[in-house]
Design a protein around this ligand. Structure first.
Ligand SMILES: C[S@@+](CC[C@H](N)C(=O)[O-])C[C@H]1O[C@@H](n2cnc3c(N)ncnc32)[C@H](O)[C@@H]1O
Length: 272
């Protein structure tokens, strides 16, 4: 498979491999065409969803453009930062989804765990009222400065408060200060998701009627493709832990790399 091609969905990755194999083994043209059709129907759906969704704002587009041309490989080779990839941004479709959720819930305070270049934080900030805030945790000083410089290009950027350091420490501090959030978006170190979740619940950090959003809940297919599960074990364990909790209501939405939405049962079930 061409190493430049990458997709988060394993179906697409497997079809690309099948396409290469079919060529290599001179499989009849009619089969090769059908493989192409399958691939196209899958990729065209993503593209159609993006095209039929509202455009990202100028500020968010600017961050996406800057992120995609930033010299990530060079910086990681030099040792300035660990390996990072432009695909780490939440992107347009998931961004529109987040913005819709934030505006629907009339949220005022949002916690984002994992800032990267500020794409998600700015998208959320754009849906907040003038006195709304997004507190965003980021471990890497280089990334904190880069994101700040991008966020400052937008009038909504001032609603984003960057908290440096490991998210677990920042969250414990926020909990000690009695902070509560209407939406909490977890998008940092996947192995820490359970610890993040426990800090939130044990310290009542989720506002009444609040929602927790967990990004990468499908972790590139690993949690459900057990035979290919190399790095998705903790994600699967976390998803299962949540699904067994009788006090919570959850839905795993297959948008981008999977978004698990969690609410308290009492906030979802209607009265009789
Ligand atoms: C997937 S990116 C976040 C993308 C961002 N939420 C968006 O929507 O564009 C994950 C970020 O979390 C940061 N991160 C990873 N481990 C962390 C930790 N333990 N504490 C704080 N930030 C962390 C990484 O440096 C990276 O910038």
């Amino acid at each position: 498979m061409n190493s430049e091609k990458y997709h988060m969905d394993p179906t697409v990755r497997n079809l690309w491999q099948l396409e290469d194999l079919a060529k290599e083994h001179a499989v009849p043209e009619v089969v090769q065409k059908q493989i192409k059709r399958c691939l196209h129907s899958f990729l065209a759906r993503d593209e159609y969803c993006e095209n039929m969704s509202s455009p990202a704002s100028q500020g968010v587009r600017y961050i996406m453009e800057q992120t995609s041309c930033h010299p990530w490989s060079k910086l990681s080779k030099e040792g300035t930062i660990p390996f990072m990839h432009p695909m780490m941004v939440s992107g347009k479709l998931e961004g529109n989804f987040l913005k819709t959720l934030v505006s629907m819930s009339n949220s005022k305070k949002v916690l984002e765990v994992g800032l990267f270049t500020g794409c998600g934080a700015l998208t959320i900030a754009e849906a907040l009222p003038v006195d709304g805030t997004v507190v965003s945790c980021e471990i890497l000083p280089y990334i904190q400065d880069l994101a700040r410089s991008y966020l400052d290009q937008s009038p909504h950027g001032k609603k984003v408060i960057i908290r440096g350091g490991p998210a677990l420490e920042t969250m414990r501090k926020l909990a000690r200060d009695g902070e509560q959030f209407d939406i909490i978006f977890l998008d940092a170190n996947k192995d820490d998701y359970l610890s993040y979740f426990k800090i939130i619940m044990d310290n009542n950090m989720l506002s009444p009627r609040g929602t927790i959003l967990i990004d990468n809940a499908l972790f590139q297919g690993s949690p459900y493709l057990r035979d290919e599960m190399k790095f998705g074990q903790t994600t699967h364990e976390f998803n299962e832990f949540i699904s067994k909790n009788q006090d919570l209501y959850q839905v795993l939405v297959p948008i981008r790399d999977g978004l698990l939405m969690i609410r308290r049962n009492e906030d979802v079930e209607g009265a009789i």
